[in-house]
Design a protein around this ligand. Structure first.
Ligand code: PEP
Ligand code: MG
Length: 637
């Protein structure tokens, strides 16, 4: 190839340009040009280039030809081009072109414009958008200029996207108190537990030392659409003295910190954030996605507020309501603790009776927010010790309420201790030992559905009851019998012929292996891929972050299996369970409600194995809708 020289003389030059604005997507040539220079001079930033439009004055012929080339290249590649060129003695030479990188907003605008210009069709437009980038349109982000100048001082997992900036607080109570004083706070914890929910709500963002992509903090924050960086092991935490060390600096309560839940970066001090803005093109792309996808998209939501948000973002139902989250709020925790610490069935039933109306009203709120769309309520799942008090004052309070001594309560709490709670007394095992819990939850589900049905005759309420952590058909049958008896009693009393469904989660490998048996009792399966991943790999979803880094470094695993489904191993179980289940029950409804339901590559896998829906946290609903459409279009043939 002959070489051309942009730095030959003043009648030569070089430039870089985009056929459309890569920041906004606007259809106008964007770029820079330098006379008597070569490419490196533009990139190195030693000289200040002129805007591309000025090239027209200096090199009118080369500029006209360049515009012509731009149009040709766009026509050929049917996408926005990023080009480099040189002018030697007034003559234009093209050096290279490629599809230009762009912001999420620009991606949407360019895709829509290309459709309007007749360059691509709707399906191609849908395929052009990276679903992961939609996140940036839905959450606050750091001011791009300020971020450029900032250097991260640490890094955790980008567990829930968005950016947050605020004063450090170390407890949920402080978060609430400071937020009530209109202070913006970032809640920094070793890890979070369900007791922290109110504090998480009050904070701008959450930073944890421990925990992976499916840890409590990550899952709950994603549900709330709140920025979260989890598992930053570099932090040396001293919760007692309200301080931590990171990057050689000590941070105290009230110091400013900024965190980026998309990259996992942690910054010292203030980086201002800007609010999300959803432009009109977003809706157009989503409507096209909905036209071409086969998978339904539901949401994981535990509150009417999250449910309403998810509806707004296009959710077609709820695939998972984690009922345990409801037991932590306000005065419920007291009644729930009474239930746990009950000595007799009568005591337990009395405590549950206090909870029933509260659960019923929660469910009514969720049903209302979902406007008649299907709602799957998952029964109590976590081990009971998660709910017992840890503070002396709370223990005393409970003892008083129960008419027991502090020692009695402490002994009960000690008896609930488990070495491995994730594989302990949780899930349907709770309902097997304490059927009263499942009875109460069933009454609440059915009564709520009846009440909402009465208020909205135009909806057809069909409650879906989901039994978690099943590994053996007989345990499912046992709990199902409890559920059916309680449900039928409520319906009979109301004189209603309302239909309801009882299904299960497939989240224990044994359930997948015996799915043909399980399907005899289950009307639907929802793959709980968080637990299924945990139990298939045999490592804890909360602790794996500690060693997975070494696995990526050593190229043993490429991705976090809790974020992107392991298609080879866990995927084999899902495929097998889907096939076996449908052999028994051809109309078995299949979904997934683990965190993978919002991961684009996992969504493609779920499409291919023939699931009916994916369910994910509200802010990931648009991502899943787009990913589902892309899966359908890519696999059309
Ligand atoms: C799962 O295990 O995938 C699931 C959705 O349930 P949870 O995360 O509540 O255990
Ligand atoms: Mg689970």
């Amino acid at each position: 190839m002959p070489m051309v020289f942009g730095n030959l003389n003043d009648n030569s030059g070089t430039g870089v340009a985009f056929t459309r604005d890569p920041a906004t997507g606007e259809k106008k040539l964007m770029g820079e040009f330098l006379t008597n220079a070569q490419g490196e001079d533009v990139v190195a930033g030693v000289r200040t280039p002129m805007p591309i439009a000025q090239m027209e004055e200096k090199f009118p012929e080369a500029y006209a030809e360049f515009i012509d080339v731009c149009n040709k290249l766009e026509d050929h590649y049917r996408d926005m081009q990023d080009m480099e060129f040189t002018v030697e003695n007034g003559k234009l030479y093209m050096l290279q072109c490629r599809n230009g990188k762009r912001t999420a907003q620009a991606a949407l605008k360019i895709a829509c414009d290309l459709v309007d210009e007749g360059m691509i069709d709707e399906k191609q437009a849908v395929l052009m958008i990276d679903p992961r980038n939609l996140d940036t349109l839905l959450h606050p982000q750091f001011d791009a200029k300020k971020l450029k100048a900032a250097v991260p001082m640490g890094k955790g997992l980008g567990a829930s996207p968005g950016a947050a900036c605020g004063k450090i607080v170390f407890s949920a109570e402080e978060a609430k108190a400071w937020a009530a004083r209109k202070e913006k706070v970032v809640l920094v914890r070793l890890e979070t537990s369900p007791e922290d929910i109110e504090g998480m709500k009050a904070a701008q963002g959450i930073l944890t030392v421990r925990g992976g992509m499916t840890s409590h903090a990550a899952v709950v924050a994603r549900g709330m659409g709140k920025c979260c960086v989890s598992g930053c092991g570099e932090i040396k935490m001293d919760e007692e003295n309200k301080k931590f060390e990171l990057a050689g600096k000590t941070f105290h309560e009230g110091d400013y910190i900024s965190i980026d839940g998309s990259t996992g970066n942690i910054y010292d001090g203030v980086i201002p954030t800007v609010d999300a803005s959803i432009a009109g093109e977003f809706g157009r792309i989503m409507a096209w996605a909905d036209k071409y996808r086969r998978l339904q998209v539901r949401t994981n939501a535990d509150t009417p507020r999250d449910a309403a948000k998810a509806r707004e973002l296009g959710a077609q139902g709820i695939g998972l309501t984690r009922t345990e989250h409801m037991f932590f709020e306000g005065d419920r925790i007291a009644a729930f603790r009474e239930m746990i610490c009950a000595d007799t069935v009568e005591e337990r039933v009395a405590a549950l009776a206090k909870l029933e109306p509260m659960q019923q009203s929660d469910f009514e709120g969720i049903y209302e927010a979902m406007e008649g769309c299907p709602v799957t309520i998952r029964y109590l799942d976590p081990p009971l010790h998660e709910f017992v008090p840890t503070e002396e004052a709370d223990i005393e309070l409970l003892a008083k309420a129960q008419g027991k001594t502090v020692e009695d309560i402490k002994a009960i709490i000690a008896s609930l201790h488990e070495f491995n709670p994730m594989m302990g007394h949780r899930g349907c095992r709770l309902a097997v030992t304490y059927p009263e819990i499942a009875e109460m939850q069933t009454r609440a589900v059915i009564k709520a559905a009846l009440a909402v049905q009465a208020r909205h005759p135009e909806w057809t309420m069909v409650p879906e009851i989901m039994i978690p952590l099943v590994g053996e058909v007989k345990e499912l049958k046992y709990v199902k019998d409890v559920v059916v008896k309680a449900a039928d009693a409520v319906l009979a009393e109301a004189g209603s012929d309302m239909k309801y469904k009882v299904g299960t989660m497939i989240e224990i490998p044994r359930a997948a292996l015996t799915a043909d048996e399980i399907a005899k009792e289950a009307e639907f399966f929802s793959f709980g891929t968080n637990d299924l991943t945990q139990m298939t790999f045999g490592f804890s979803r909360d602790d794996a972050g500690k060693f997975l880094g070494a696995y990526y470094e050593k190229k043993i695993y490429e991705n976090d299996p809790f974020a992107r489904v392991d298609q080879i191993g866990v995927g084999k179980l899902i495929k097998m369970a889907a096939t076996l289940g449908r052999e028994t029950r051809p109309d078995l409804h299949l979904g997934v409600c683990g965190e993978h339901g919002g991961d684009p590559s996992s969504v493609e896998f779920f499409h291919k194995v023939g699931l009916d829906y994916v369910s994910c946290s509200p802010f990931r609903v648009p991502i899943a809708r787009l990913a589902a459409a892309q899966a359908a279009i890519k696999n059309e043939k």
